[in-house]
Design a protein around this ligand. Structure first.
Ligand SMILES: Nc1ncnc2c1ncn2[C@@H]1O[C@H](COP(=O)(O)OP(=O)(O)OP(=O)(O)O)[C@@H](O)[C@H]1O
Ligand SMILES: [Mg+2]
Length: 336
């Protein structure tokens, strides 16, 4: 068996970020190994970009504390910044930020290779290999970027982020603004690059489907990291390893949901459609027939039923909801 690499590429211990008097990031800690893909998830304002800005040397040391290393160098020292920047790549949310639309893809490579002090010939060779991996058609390589399709521009932007062979690549919202059918292809290209080049990747995203390609997912809320683990481990932490019973119920209403929740093995009832609920419970196999019996006895008419495993999307919803309920409870106790 091949041992997976244990080299730590990013190490964050007790990171706190404060702007003026606003405490933005609270005690965030995590480690990332070489070759891992990390997904940073969280609703707007959770602090995803702020964490990445610390890692990419964009926030002054006076605003943050904690022990942080990126490719073994700490961004707390200014003299380390060029070393870190040499080792990392950054693909911004809007590809127009790192592409010159009036130039061709290969002319873009020339500009970026000179910015990084790379040998242009060598950079073009690397770029062409990347273009091939990313299926950027060779007849576009010498034509202006502005004539390329949206998906091609996105892929070109990724290639540009990789021409200096960084060991860690940061991508801010790589699938935002891409239509649903292309989103998956962007994700599979990222996975392909990760496997071919062994590049460690951070993906900031609102797209919960992106968890499919992530080795670890970080869930952030209001500057706190609620979870950092593989999507499967997170799903397995749900009752009965995340097995879900999905029921379509006639005239579904709050009273019926409450009734179902009162069956003691039931841990969570989520309304996922007008007449559809998803139910998580302890000892799923044993309790499923009992739940159905219980529902019949209480006049809850089931039209159809299916069973499934919770998706990462479902885990995320449940986890965020739990946190919101906990907070409400704390507030109520405080007010009482
Ligand atoms: N330089 C700054 N000064 C003051 N507050 C800031 C600064 N930068 C970010 N913040 C605040 O920190 C919080 C987290 O912002 P951040 O951009 O990290 O969130 P995010 O998770 O990336 O959100 P989004 O999904 O909308 O991009 C927000 O409330 C934001 O207003
Ligand atoms: Mg952001």
């Amino acid at each position: 068996m091949v041992e997976s690499s244990t080299e730590i590429m990013v190490d964050v211990n007790n990171l706190n970020v404060i702007f003026d008097k606003n405490h933005i990031i609270h005690d965030v800690s995590f480690k990332v190994k070489k070759g891992e893909i990390i997904g940073l998830f969280g609703i707007s304002g959770a602090g995803k970009t702020t964490i990445i800005r610390v890692l990419t040397c964009q926030i002054e040391k006076k605003n943050w504390s904690g022990n942080v290393t990126v490719t073994n160098f700490s961004p707390d020292k200014k003299q380390n910044h060029p070393l870190i920047l040499h080792n990392i790549g950054y693909v911004p949310q809007l590809e127009l930020l790192n592409l010159y639309y009036e130039l061709s893809p290969l002319a873009n490579v020339e500009v970026f290779s000179s910015t990084y002090g790379l040998d242009t010939k060598e950079a073009k060779k690397i770029a062409q290999e990347l273009f091939k991996i990313l299926d950027i058609p060779s007849d576009t390589w010498n034509k202006r970027v502005k004539h390329m399709s949206g998906g091609e521009k996105k892929r070109l932007s990724m290639a540009i982020g990789l021409i200096h062979k960084p060991s860690v690549l940061f991508l801010d919202e790589p699938t935002t603004g891409v239509d649903a059918s292309k989103r998956y292809s962007i994700l599979s290209y990222l996975k392909k690059l990760n496997q071919k080049l062994d590049t460690t990747m951070f993906i900031i995203t609102h797209d919960l489907e992106a968890a499919l390609i992530c080795d670890k997912t970080a869930i952030l809320r209001e500057g706190r990291m609620l979870e950092f683990d593989s999507p499967q481990n997170l799903i397995n932490s749900l009752p009965s390893n995340g097995l879900v019973a999905r029921f379509e119920i006639n005239d579904l209403n709050e009273a019926k949901i409450t009734r179902i929740s009162e069956f003691s093995p039931v841990k969570k009832v989520l309304r996922v459609g007008n007449e559809v609920v998803e139910i998580l419970m302890e000892s799923f196999e044993e309790n499923l027939p009992k739940l159905i019996q219980y529902m019949i006895e209480r006049g809850v008419t089931v039209n159809s039923m299916s069973r499934d495993s919770a998706s990462f999307r479902r885990f995320f919803q449940i986890r965020i909801q739990e946190e919101e309920e906990r907070e409400k409870l704390k507030k109520n106790i405080g007010e009482a």
